[in-house]
Write a protein that binds this ligand. Structure first.
Ligand code: AMP
Ligand code: GLY
Length: 413
């Protein structure tokens, strides 16, 4: 089988690493860490990706990031008879619009936080005041895509009012913040469920937990994700089945009722509260950095499962290894704010057994590897126990150097 992966981040690097053990793999555009053929076509260059497909004739195209999915790349590829893994633009609205996803959750009876969608700042302000007066804290969410930074969990009314000001009036996230969702803050532990889905059914991959905040102990602003681990000891098989029944199945049924075909991965962002499991959000692509831990725990068969998903066939289960994986994100100075430097990176030439370093925001300039993005590298370790993989990941993280590097010290703790 020949697979083309579209994208260039840590998630795509992890997928490429996994596919390389199973089949022939190509990537567009890829990153300097990927050991496969990288083609200089950007993920948002749809005509370029289509042309590349006509040259490579891949059996499967796996679209990594949400941007091209939202913009209809999967529709374009399918219309040209290339099997694409990822929903079309209509299905990708689950991620592109939090207003739409909340509407769907409510119509499909998916358990979630109470919320109100507002397009008018004064209504949003009224709602925030009402919620705090009733003794609730709130979460203010830009409805559109803001790279994981458009969600503000507010402990005080002032914080919420400021978030509304930033999103709706100052338009920090542009159009993405024109509509906001004001949501009741829930308390509980979070986990991510990645479920392969098509019209024949669904199959969930191992559960992972992400760390959204920048600092240890879940302090500081939200990021795209600072680390992950899998399995998650407090998420039982029973909780996974319950989540599939309460969240995944009704969501897919709703899409089917709307004649929206979904062939890809449904990423449910979940919280286990004292009132049971609640869905916080959907994404329509593999989680980053969840995928970097999840792939470390899969036996052979991911490429076959994704091909079946993409072609509308029954999805074969992917074997799960009896191990533990921990991924630590090494971020650039300033992240999740603006990045102002591009330090040179030094990675040891030989890594301890069980460790992979997936690259995310890197580039080679004048023969040197430099950091170009916010999240730069992902140190992913797999071991027999959580303790072992955590120790391996952190030991390796300490050996990697670039100026201003920041990472959390409590991933998997
Ligand atoms: P989202 O993009 O909607 O998943 O939000 C990003 C992060 O914000 C989540 O992973 C949670 O940590 C937090 N969050 C979102 N919604 C809520 C909520 N209703 N209650 C508490 N935290 C939330
Ligand atoms: N780790 C969360 C995300 O991929 O959006």
């Amino acid at each position: 089988m020949r697979v083309l992966v579209v994208g260039s981040g840590g998630r795509e690097h992890a997928l490429v690493w996994k596919f390389a053990q199973e089949c022939e793999v190509h990537v567009a555009p890829g990153n300097p860490g990927m050991l496969c053929e990288c083609h200089p076509v950007q993920a948002d260059d749809h005509a370029g990706v289509l042309w590349l497909c006509s040259q490579l004739l891949p059996d499967l195209v796996v679209i990594g990031p949400e941007g091209p999915l939202v913009a209809g790349l999967a529709d374009l590829l399918r219309a040209n008879n290339f099997p694409a893994f990822g929903p079309g633009a209509k299905g990708a609205k689950l991620e592109a619009s939090k207003a739409f996803s909340k509407e769907l959750m409510s119509a499909a009876g998916v358990p979630t936080a109470k919320s109100l969608t507002c397009t008018n700042p004064s209504f949003a302000i009224d709602e925030v005041r009402r919620m705090f007066a009733e003794g609730h804290q709130v979460v203010v969410k830009a409805s559109g895509n803001a790279l994981g930074k458009g969600v503000v969990v507010c402990e005080t009314e002032d914080e919420a009012l400021e978030a509304i000001q930033t999103m709706m009036v100052k338009r920090q996230f542009g159009e993405a913040g024109e509509t906001v969702v004001i949501e009741e803050r829930l308390i509980g532990r979070e986990f991510s469920l990645l479920t392969l889905c098509n019209e024949t059914g669904y199959h969930s991959l191992p559960v992972a937990q992400d760390y959204k905040r920048i600092f240890d102990g879940d302090q500081g602003p939200n990021t795209g994700g600072m680390g992950s681990y899998s399995p998650v000891s407090w998420v039982s098989e029973e909780l996974i089945r319950e989540t599939e029944e309460l969240v995944v199945a009704p969501t897919l049924q709703f899409l089917r009722n709307q004649i929206i075909q979904f062939r890809g991965v449904l990423f449910s962002g979940l919280m286990l509260t004292s009132d049971g499991v609640k869905c916080l959000e959907y994404n329509v692509r593999f989680g980053d950095p969840e995928t970097q831990s999840v792939v470390r725990r899969l036996g052979t068969g991911l490429a076959d499962a994704l091909l079946a998903t993409a072609t509308g066939e029954q999805i074969p289960p992917v074997p799960i290894l009896d191990n533990h994986a921990v991924t630590v994100v090494l971020a650039n100075a300033g992240y999740p704010g603006a990045i102002t430097s591009n330090p040179e990176i030094s990675i040891p030439t030989s890594l301890p057994e069980g460790v992979e370093v997936f690259q995310a925001g890197t580039k080679v300039v004048d023969g040197k590897l430099i950091a170009t993005g916010g999240r730069v590298l992902n140190v992913s370790a797999a071991g027999a126990t959580l303790e072992e993989s955590k120790t391996l990941a952190y030991k390796t993280a300490e050996l990697i150097r670039f100026e201003g590097v920041q990472f959390r010290n409590d991933i998997g703790r």
